[in-house]
Design a protein around this ligand. Structure first.
Ligand code: FAD
Length: 299
């Protein structure tokens, strides 16, 4: 993977970079668009990101099945664009029969890669369903489909917000891998030490699957703070205060966000992350610029 840098800034970053030119795997996450305009925008995003030769793209799934058809349609559309596409599947609020039907549909479409999650119950939806945790979903998929699916699970370097303790959260992560996960994607974070410590701790417990950092490009201050509040990711004070100080200056937010997140990715790759998974929010620009600035060789 080798793309030319497009700005002076990029060459400067590369010049001082000590990145070993080792191949890493890129992946990009989308959500199912709800409008025709959204569908067209995502098609263009897929085409732009395809030039970076990603290992796969993934498509989120609304807990309780709210985006069930949209997730499948979006995955099929991405496959038509020549991308390997992995639907997410969450088990909370679902019966085994409904999960069985969704997995059957994925398989019928030739899908072999899946991101298995518990999900979060939307407020007002009472029933937990038949599978309470992602580890149970992974076990269910393996029991029903053997090795057909390559299964990704979620990991939390800053710990899941509902975890009883860091240790119980790590034990849960190990359980998901033991249930049959092939690899993991982390929640996004801005503190690389949290990721490296999480990986070290997991390795000590015998986890040997790739743990790929999830990367959230910074493009919008209020949206970032809202998402982070919901998912428990920490936005360091120095980043939050700088972003806040830019007010409505979108260009300043964009430039600072690119510098911060490129720096984070640079350190992650340099110190051994096996790949980068971008939360694109269905836009290509920020993720693509970061990858171009890193100028990594192709996996
Ligand atoms: P789990 O691994 O089941 O863990 C949930 C909580 O339960 C943790 O606190 C864990 O420590 C605890 N726990 C697990 N097992 C046990 C046990 N046996 N006993 C006691 N406690 C236990 N959400 C969506 O709705 N749709 C998506 O498409 C989606 N995609 C995501 C992709 C990624 C890469 C990530 C990181 C998150 C995604 N999420 C998505 C969010 C995710 O659904 C939430 O973070 C959810 O709260 C937890 O899901 P999980 O699969 O990590 O759950």
């Amino acid at each position: 993977f080798s793309v030319s840098a497009t700005s002076k800034n990029a060459s400067a970053l590369r010049a001082r970079s000590t990145l070993p030119m080792k191949p890493i795997e890129l992946s990009f996450e989308f959500f199912p668009p709800k409008t025709q305009e959204g569908i067209e925008k995502l098609r263009a995003t897929g085409a732009q990101l395809k030039t970076l030769n990603p290992k796969f793209v993934s498509v989120t799934f609304g807990a309780g099945g709210s985006t069930q058809q949209g997730t499948l349609d979006t995955v099929v559309e991405m496959m038509k664009q020549g991308l390997e596409a992995a639907p997410h599947l969450s088990c909370i609020g679902s019966s085994k029969d409904s999960l069985r039907a969704i997995l059957g549909a994925y398989r019928e479409h030739g899908i072999r890669h899946i991101v298995a999650l518990r999900g979060d119950l939307p407020s007002g939806m009472g029933e937990v369903g038949e599978l309470r945790y992602a580890s149970e979903l992974v076990g269910f998929i393996r029991a029903e489909h053997g090795d057909w699916f390559n299964i990704e699970v979620a990991a939390y370097p800053e710990y899941h917000p509902q975890a009883r303790s860091p240790k119980s959260d790590m034990d849960n992560f190990v359980r998901k891998v033991q249930a049959g996960a092939n690899s993991a994607i982390t929640q996004y974070f801005f503190n690389a030490d949290a990721y490296f410590r999480f990986v070290d701790d997991a390795r000590k417990l015998g986890v040997d699957v790739p743990i790929v950092p999830g990367i959230m490009p910074i493009t919008n201050f209020s949206q970032l703070m809202r998402f982070s509040e919901m998912c428990g990711a920490e936005v360091p004070k120095w980043i939050a205060r700088r972003l806040e100080s830019f007010g409505d200056d979108k260009e300043a937010i964009r430039a600072f966000g690119l510098d911060v997140v490129t720096g984070l990715c640079e350190r992650l790759v340099k110190e051994g992350a096996p790949g980068l998974h971008f939360y694109t929010l269905n836009g290509a620009a920020a993720s693509k610029t970061i990858c171009e600035r890193l100028a990594l060789p192709k996996a």
